[in-house]
Design a protein around this ligand. Sequence first.
Ligand code: 5GP
Ligand code: ZN
Length: 114
Amino acid sequence: MTDCLFCKMIAGEIQPDVVFENEHVLAFRDINPQAPTHILVVPKEHIATINDLDEAHGWLVGQLYLAAKAIAAQEGIAEAGYRTVMNCNAGAGQSVYHIHLHVLGGRQMNWPPG
Ligand code: 5GP
Ligand code: ZN
């Protein structure tokens, strides 16, 4: 997707602050962090929303969580705790239409979320 911000990052056209990368996912610091640690984990395949997932994407979605686990350990927030969030569509506040797992930690997270 040529007009997708996260696809441009994956293609190397825009350089985010990368904290983790493998063959399947790219993870980088959010430009507008909502917690001391706020990282976005993005699949290298363009998928617009959770609603666009199909059965074949199941393994890839698992890779997002395995990356989140590794990142939490790397960031030193694994034991204290962290939150993973994936927003779907405007009603949930999705603003970039390439799925991404938010990894938030480094402070007490509240419930219910806003
Ligand atoms: P959403 O609102 O779609 O769940 O999350 C999109 C996230 O992308 C937001 O938290 C926003 O701050 C982040 N974001 C938007 N533009 C950029 C950018 O250019 N660089 C980085 N690193 N994050 C961005
Ligand atoms: Zn994309």
